[in-house]
Ligand binder design. Structure first.
Ligand SMILES: Cc1ncc(C[n+]2csc(CCOP(=O)(O)OP(=O)(O)O)c2C)c(N)n1
Ligand code: SF4
Ligand SMILES: [Mg+2]
Length: 283
């Protein structure tokens, strides 16, 4: 695929004004820069869930795995362990990552597997036309909750910090420059990197006026401190209006799961020999 445009010619079916366009644009810019810096496109893999966000797999000319709902992380984990040289990126939805696939998200963070998870958090099930998700605010009126939800939302940043993610950030689909820097840093981070992107769903949950009013960029923040990161993560509860910090909340360097697996369980030489044996048996 090297040499082809990064964006495929597949017909794009996102609604006009959808925040997915911005995330696509930011990811494209980052991948293109990484390619020009020597990371071959052949070593990049994009794993997506199911939902509007998941069409990223169709819209990029890159190795991709369009998996079932909520399962980006186990698939990405398998890919990374099978070939630790790959750069593995997941684009998941909020329904995908925080509902259907929540257990996988937690275990990905707990293991510190070296993958990047970008959650297109539009706080709604977009593809299935507007049901509430774990990050929809209390009282959200959607297709499945016409009288409003009765539940408080999850705070995904707090959860990711608590479960062991070594890079935790938040972006916003209308702040593309900071989103680009965040995505780049997350991809280059060794370990489980997680970005919650506040993504506008123009059709079912367009709260850009609220976000535009409350977002601000983190400055002079001690991102090496777990306690400071948790404090910042708790500043906004995904429900009430309040200051919404954007940027890298937490950065830590710890051994990764894939390093431990290759060091202790299957040596790279053993893996190559095993792959060769399987190939020989099939001939
Ligand atoms: C196991 C399973 N459960 C439910 C569905 C139906 N389904 C498809 S997309 C979707 C919601 C997607 O929401 P989200 O992950 O937030 O993505 P978005 O469309 O908002 O990008 C659901 C429930 C499915 N395809 N598979
Ligand atoms: S339904 Fe929402 S998330 Fe899906 S394409 Fe339309 S605007 Fe985007
Ligand atoms: Mg969604």
């Amino acid at each position: 695929m090297t040499g082809m445009p990064l964006i495929s010619d597949t017909q794009n079916t996102w609604c006009p004004g959808c925040g997915n366009f911005s995330i696509q644009h930011a990811l494209k810019a980052v991948l293109s820069t990484l390619e020009s810096e020597g990371i071959s496109r052949d070593t990049m893999v994009l794993v997506t869930g199911i939902g509007c966000h998941a069409k990223m797999a169709d819209y990029f000319n890159i190795n991709s795995f369009y998996c079932i709902h909520g399962r980006t992380i186990p698939v990405a984990t398998g890919i990374k362990i099978a070939n630790p040289d790959l750069t593995v990126i997941c684009c998941a939805g909020d329904g995908d990552a925080y509902a259907e696939g929540l257990d996988h998200l937690i275990f990905g963070a707990k293991r510190n597997i070296d993958i990047t998870v970008i959650v297109h958090n539009n706080r709604v099930y977009g593809l299935t036309t507007g049901q509430y998700t774990p990050t929809s605010p209390l009282g959200f009126r959607g297709r499945s909750t016409p009288a409003g939800t009765l539940e408080y939302p999850l705070n995904p940043l707090e959860m990711m910090l608590a479960t062991g993610a070594t890079f935790v950030g938040r972006g916003y689909s209308r702040k593309i420059d900071s989103l680009k820097s965040l995505i780049r840093e997350a991809i280059l981070h060794r370990g489980f990197s997680f970005i919650d992107v506040l993504q506008i769903c123009a059709t079912f949950f367009d709260v850009h006026d609220v976000y535009d009013q409350y977002v601000y960029e983190l400055r002079d923040h001690e991102s090496a401190s777990f306690d400071r990161a948790m404090e910042k993560a708790r500043e906004w509860d995904y429900n009430n209006k309040g200051p919404i910090a954007l940027g890298a909340f937490y950065r830590a360097k710890l051994p990764t799961f894939d390093q431990k697996v290759t060091a202790k369980i299957i040596s790279l030489e053993g893996r190559t020999a095993a792959i060769q044996r399987i190939l020989d048996e099939r001939r």
